[in-house]
Write a protein that binds this ligand. Structure first.
Ligand code: PLP
Length: 406
C-alpha cells in the first residue's frame, strides 16, 4: 500500500496506475527453485558478447568523443539512415526524418501517446493485448476498450461495429493499438486482408494506428507480411520497433517510424523525457549493423528460437490433456493456452507454484477483465530442461484437476 503523505497530490492517472502482475511475478520467478515460463525475456545465450567486446574496443579508440557525449534527440543520423535502408519493409517515405531512435519500443509507445492522446480519449486494443501498450494509454488518461482476436488477429469487423456503436453514444474513438505480428500474448498475426481492412477503417473513422511490431524479425515459418506502415497511404500509422528481441534489451534501443510531423512532435516530447537515447548503445548498434552482424544475428536467433518453440510444442502435445488447447505461433516468443471454460488460471498458478512452476495468467492482458481461463507460456528464456520439467508438471497438474472433477 502506498503510504506517501502526498498521495492526494498524485495525478489521477498515477493514482489509478497499478503495477502489472508480471512485475509481481518477477520476485517469484527470481527464486532459483522455480521453473518459469512466465517472462518474455530473450535468452542471454544469444546475446552478442564477443562481437560487442571487439566493437566497444574499437569505438573506445576511434569514437570516444562522440560516444560519451550527448547526442541529438532524434538519434545518431548514420544509424537512422542505416535503419531506413536496411531494416524497414517500405521505401515509401523513407528518410531519416521519418525515424526517431527510442529507448525501446516501450518509450516509442509512450511518446506516441503523448503526441496523440488527451485524457478521456478512447483507444481500441485486442482482447488480449500486451499491457505495456494499454498501460501507456492509461498513463495519458486514455481509455482502452477491447476488440476480440481470433486466429487471423484483431477481428476488424468487430472493431468497425465497436467504433460505430461508440459513435452512436456520442463517443469518438481516437486510435487503435495493435501488435500485428506474433502478438503478445496470443502469438497470432493479423492477416493481410485484415491489415488492409484495418487501414480502410482507420481512414473511414479517422483513427491513428499505433503499430507495435517488436517480434516481426522473429519469424520461424511462412512469408513475411507487410507492416501496416508499408500499406498505409494516409500517414495514419506510427510504427514502433525494438532491438530488444534481436540484439539486446539492456541496450534499450528501438525506433519509431511515421510521418515527419508526428515524429518531430515525438522528438519534442522525448527531449523533455530523457534528451537522447543512450549514445554508447547507439554507436554499438551502428557498428553492429555496418559490419553485417545484425542480419547474421537475426538468422541465428530465428533458428535458435524456432527450435525452442518446436520443443515446447512437442512437450505440450506429449503432456497436456485434450481439454486444454493452445496455438502454434509462427514466430515470436509466446504460446497462448485455453483451459476448460470454468477454470481460473489464477487458481492453477497457485497450485503450479506449489509444484515449483510459474507462468503468466491471461487475465491481465484483457482490458475487459475477461480471459480467466487463459494463460501465456513463453519459450524464449527457459532452457530445454526447464521447459520439459515445467510443461510436464503443468500437464500433470491439469490432469489431476480433471480427475478431481474440476
Ligand atoms: C508487444 C510489446 N511491445 C513492447 C515491448 C517492450 O519492448 P522494448 O524492450 O523495446 O521496450 C514488449 C516487450 O515484451 C512487447 O512484447
Amino acid at each position: 500500500m502506498d503510504t506517501h503523505p502526498l498521495l492526494h497530490l498524485y495525478s489521477s492517472a498515477a493514482q489509478k496506475a497499478q503495477p502489472s502482475t508480471i512485475r509481481d511475478l518477477c520476485a517469484l520467478v527470481a527464486r532459483p527453485e522455480i521453473r518459469s515460463l512466465a517472462g518474455g525475456w530473450p535468452d542471454p545465450e544469444v546475446f552478442p558478447g564477443a562481437e560487442l567486446s571487439a566493437i566497444f574496443e574499437t569505438l573506445m579508440r576511434e569514437r570516444r568523443r562522440e560516444m560519451f557525449q550527448y547526442g541529438s534527440t532524434e538519434g545518431v543520423l548514420e544509424l537512422r539512415q542505416l535503419i531506413a535502408e536496411q531494416l524497414m519493409d517500405t521505401t515509401n517515405l523513407f528518410s531519416p526524418d521519418n525515424l526517431l531512435i527510442t529507448q525501446g519500443s516501450a518509450q516509442g509507445m509512450s511518446l506516441a501517446c503523448q503526441v496523440f492522446l488527451d485524457p478521456g480519449d478512447i483507444v481500441l486494443v485486442g482482447l488480449p493485448t500486451y499491457f505495456g501498450g494499454s498501460g501507456a494509454v492509461a498513463a495519458r488518461g486514455g481509455e482502452c476498450l477491447g476488440v476480440p482476436l481470433d486466429g487471423q488477429g484483431l477481428d476488424t469487423l468487430a472493431l468497425d461495429k465497436k467504433v460505430v456503436a461508440l459513435k452512436s453514444r456520442g463517443r469518438k474513438v481516437k486510435g487503435v493499438y495493435t501488435i500485428p505480428t506474433f502478438q503478445n500474448p496470443a502469438g497470432v498475426s493479423l492477416s493481410l486482408e485484415r491489415r488492409q481492412h484495418l487501414l480502410e477503417l482507420a481512414a473511414e473513422h479517422d483513427l491513428v494506428i499505433f503499430e507495435d511490431d517488436p517480434y516481426r524479425d522473429l519469424r520461424y515459418e511462412g512469408e513475411d507480411l507487410p507492416s501496416l506502415l508499408a500499406l498505409d497511404h494516409e500517414s495514419r500509422v506510427i510504427h514502433l520497433r525494438s532491438l530488444s528481441k534481436i540484439f539486446s534489451p539492456g541496450m534499450r534501443l528501438g525506433w519509431a517510424a511515421g510521418h515527419p510531423g508526428a515524429i518531430r512532435k515525438m522528438a519534442v516530447a522525448k527531449q523533455f523525457a530523457d534528451v537522447t537515447s543512450t549514445t554508447p548503445s547507439q554507436y554499438m548498434l551502428l557498428e553492429f549493423i555496418k559490419q553485417g552482424l545484425l542480419r547474421e544475428r537475426i538468422e541465428t536467433n530465428r533458428d535458435f528460437y524456432r527450435q525452442k518453440r518446436n520443443f515446447m510444442l512437442e512437450q505440450l502435445e506429449k503432456n497436456f490433456p485434450q481439454e486444454v488447447s493452445w496455438n502454434r505461433p509462427r514466430g515470436g516468443f509466446f504460446i497462448f493456452v485455453h483451459l476448460p471454460e470454468t477454470w481460473d488460471a489464477a487458481d492453477l498458478l497457485r497450485e503450479a507454484v506449489d509444484r515449483k512452476v510459474a507462468f503468466v495468467t491471461g487475465q491481465p492482458f484483457f482490458v475487459d477483465g475477461g480471459g480467466q481461463n487463459t494463460l501465456r507460456l513463453s519459450f524464449s528464456q527457459a532452457g530445454r530442461e526447464e521447459i520439459e520439467a515445467a510443461v510436464k508438471a503443468l500437464g500433470a497438474l491439469t490432469r489431476d484437476r480433471l480427475a478431481a472433477g474440476f
